[in-house]
Design a protein around this ligand. Structure first.
Ligand SMILES: [Zn+2]
Length: 146
């Protein structure tokens, strides 16, 4: 077993991620119907994360079984949001299935990015779950649309 250390959060694992309701309704549930991938930006205060912005990735390749992030688009978004004082929180993507847990491939990518929070949006269930990889395990984080 190995231990991972987050460079993003004050604490290792956040307890709760709060997403503005309009981002849940108009962004995740609507645009998520087309196998979408977003970058999540916001602020981390103690063990809670406040999502402030979701950036839909346009240059990245998204299919039913995998997605490939365009590294230049990814880095440009991070640098741009840093100027606004927002931190990179992680990734969000939609599942067109009734699966709300990370796929084996999702987990593999999460293992490469410990400390990132991943949101999974199940379109048929209209449900959002959050996950992070910490200390050699996949951790479920509570999600609230506020
Ligand atoms: Zn997935």
């Amino acid at each position: 077993m190995f231990s991972s250390h987050s460079v993003i959060f004050d604490v290792d694992v956040p307890r709760l991620i709060k997403i503005p309701r309009n981002l849940c309704e108009r962004h995740l549930f609507v645009k998520g119907a087309f196998e979408s991938v977003w970058m999540i930006f916001g602020k981390s205060i103690r063990d809670e994360i406040y999502v402030e912005e979701l950036i839909l990735l346009k240059k990245s390749l998204v299919s039913r079984y995998f997605f490939r992030i365009d590294p230049i688009e990814w880095m440009e978004n991070i640098l741009d949001r840093q100027k606004k004082g927002l931190s990179y929180i992680g990734m969000a993507h939609s599942h067109l299935s009734r699966t709300i847990k990370p796929s084996p491939l999702d987990i593999r990518f999460m293992m490469e990015c410990p400390g990132e929070v991943w949101l999974i949006v199940s379109i048929p269930l209209r449900k959002i779950t959050a996950w992070t990889w910490s200390r050699g395990d996949i951790i479920n984080i509570k999600v609230k649309c506020i």
